[in-house]
Ligand binder design. Structure first.
Ligand SMILES: [Zn+2]
Ligand SMILES: [Zn+2]
Length: 343
């Protein structure tokens, strides 16, 4: 510490010096060098090589992102405003009709309104859910071509809106083989490699319930696809708690939750997990029937959601409710999840 050129010429300056010394003591643990200088009668305290406490940094950096799939009726920016109203810090939306093949790009005025609403609400890590019609692993050539085109248009809309994640159901094998379906999904994604890499949107494979011939209900299916596209496109997974539960991965007790998360980590890898769909389930473990319920009102029960918000591997992962009761209930559920996180 340099004190050579300090002049203590009046009482207030002495007080200032004392305060500076106290500051130095406080910050000394975090700074390698502290210099006190006087310029035009004013003392300046210069802190050099300020050490950032890594843990504080991560805690501040990673605010809890919890939201719901909100309605985009009247224009996509309404999904953001609807999210802000229920206390969400992120949302999921449909960027277009989820039950129609042909959808236009979003018009420029709506894109401007979206970016304004995004700035105003401060929502982050926005997720789009693709159309239910799309099957990127469809063995039927005509439907596969249609699916690929609709998915390309979905990516275009995500890029228009600077969307962080595009969540999609991997596909359904129909009468074909599961492995062939998975290979077609890989091929579909790699065909769009150029386009995907032009924008900010990460593709998230949604873990499915395994209804009918849908693939993606085994962690091995997700790993199979990731293994073949990673490094070429930004890829990841969104775990739906209802889906994996009915697919056979138990979540009801802390032990079951731990086992399921460890299975995911071993087979897919936690580094690929970017989001959760947070839903209770009307149907039992292993039933492979996808019926969402409000939190605590289904077969999974609240303990799972407590674990989700406190387990070090899942607490900071973004979460999106798709529970059936709508905005009033979502507001309560978001509050509940935040309360769990604070325990
Ligand atoms: Zn879904
Ligand atoms: Zn579902």
């Amino acid at each position: 510490m340099k004190k050579d050129n300090l002049i203590y010429n009046n009482f207030s300056l002495k007080i200032l010096s004392v305060l500076s010394v106290i500051s130095v003591v406080i910050f000394l643990l975090r700074c390698k060098e502290v210099i006190l200088i006087k310029l035009d009668g004013i003392f300046y305290l210069i802190l050099l090589n300020f050490r950032v406490n890594k843990r504080d940094f991560i805690m501040k950096e990673k605010e809890l992102l919890i939201g719901a799939h909100t309605s985009a009726a009247g224009g996509v920016h309404h999904a953001l405003l609807n999210g802000a109203e229920i206390g969400a810090t992120t949302i999921q939306l449909f960027t277009a009709s989820q039950r129609r093949w042909a959808n236009k790009p979003i018009d420029q005025e709506e894109v401007v309104r979206w970016h304004q609403a995004l700035a105003e609400t401060g929502l982050k890590e926005i997720m789009s859910h693709d159309s239910y019609l799309i099957n990127l692993g469809c063995p039927d050539e005509e439907l596969l071509v249609k699916s690929r085109l609709a998915f390309k248009e979905e990516i275009d809309r995500c890029h228009q809106l600077d969307i962080t994640y595009l969540n999609f159901h991997p596909g359904a094998a129909k009468s074909g083989e599961v492995e062939h379906c998975l290979d077609l999904i890989v091929e579909s994604l790699l065909q769009l490699e150029g386009l995907i890499n032009q924008g900010p949107t990460r593709m998230l494979l949604e873990a499915t319930a395994g209804q009918g011939s849908a693939v993606g209900h085994r962690f091995e299916h997700l790993a199979y696809i990731i293994e073949r596209v990673r490094g070429r496109i930004p890829i990841g997974v969104c775990i739906d708690t209802c889906h994996i539960f009915v697919a056979g991965y138990d979540l009801r007790t802390p032990q079951a939750f731990e086992t399921t998360i460890n299975d995911f980590d071993r087979i897919v890898g936690m580094q690929h997990l970017y989001a959760f769909h947070v839903n209770d389930s009307a149907k039992g473990v292993g039933s492979r029937v996808d019926r969402h319920r409000s939190l605590g009102e289904g077969e999974i029960g609240l303990e799972c959601f407590k674990q989700l918000m406190t387990h070090p591997k899942t607490k900071n992962v973004s979460k999106y409710l798709e529970t059936p009761e709508g905005p009033v209930k979502w507001k309560e559920e978001i509050k509940l999840l935040r309360q769990y996180a604070a325990t």
